[in-house]
Design a protein around this ligand. Structure first.
Ligand code: ZN
Length: 274
């Protein structure tokens, strides 16, 4: 069984950016692991920090269950402070998890995205990209080897980004859109805070959207989430030339780079039963 590992800076990033892929991979028999890097302690509106930590953690478990995730790993770094956290400290945890879970494919924010303003996303993207090769080294973190682990690195990295500027691969998630929407809806606390950000921005612009105000105030989130998540997935599918009625997610997929062709031609199959 192959393993896919999603490195999610915050609880909701996984469902929002690659929930369709997670549901599809799980349905196709992969073990899907979600690594949540921060504790999301500030991501709510009108709740205490303690209540926020509790709810966001519970809601991630709900979302994971909807998507067929096998395991959630919490790294517990303080949210919205990763810019002040040494990159090598985050990287070490990711190297450890690569060596422990041996993922074939890793999903993460794209470290080349210059439009990202969330420094937790930027930091995690950098740490994952660097962990990819550091994890191979037999002199990096020898304490892992004392625990029985060995040098290891994933075969593929699937990077996502807002607006997917560098995307070169589109995954059809048509049958999995309901699960993706369900998983995003599970993050009720974080979604209401997202809507509150829109509410404040709209207010500054001298506007008001009733559905957004209602969502912040505890109303039904389903119509808005269906509109946002479904609309994005539909636009990605349309841009890729998929038939009407299809939904998709876009990635920058990295395998062996320039060596892809050589390794495809010269490679021998060493998978079990291969
Ligand atoms: Zn995030």
């Amino acid at each position: 069984m192959r393993t896919a590992m999603v490195i999610s800076p915050h609880a909701d990033d996984a469902a929002i950016f690659c929930g369709g892929a997670m549901a599809r991979f799980a349905a196709e028999g992969w073990r899907v692991i979600v690594v949540r890097v921060t504790d999301d302690r500030f991501d709510s509106v009108g709740l205490s920090v303690e209540e926020t930590v509790k709810r966001n953690s519970e809601e991630l478990r709900k979302a994971a269950a909807v998507l067929g995730v096998s395991e959630v790993v919490d790294l517990g770094f303080e949210t919205d402070r990763l810019a002040d956290t040494p990159e090598s400290a985050i990287r070490e945890r990711i190297v450890f998890l690569f060596r422990k879970y041996k993922p074939h494919t890793v999903f993460s924010f794209d470290p080349t995205d210059i439009h990202e303003d969330n420094q937790d996303h930027v930091r995690v993207a950098q740490a994952v990209a660097e962990a990819f090769w550091v994890s191979c080294f037999d002199k990096h973190h020898p304490v892992h080897f004392a625990e029985g682990l060995e040098p290891f690195t994933p075969a593929e990295r699937w990077f996502f980004a807002r607006g997917s500027p560098g995307a070169d691969y589109v995954l059809d998630i048509t049958g999995y859109l309901p699960q993706k929407i369900g998983a995003v809806l599970a993050h009720e606390t974080m979604m209401r805070n997202v809507l509150n950000q829109y509410r404040l921005q709209l207010r500054t612009a001298g506007r008001r959207v009733g559905l957004v105000d209602a969502g912040v105030a505890g109303g039904n989130l389903q119509p808005l989430v269906e509109m946002f998540v479904g609309g994005t997935a539909h636009a990605v599918a349309q841009a890729a030339g998929f038939p009407e009625g299809h939904f998709a997610e876009a990635y920058r997929r990295v395998r062996f780079g320039d060596l892809d062709e050589l390794f495809t031609q010269a490679g021998e199959d060493i998978t079990e039963g291969g």
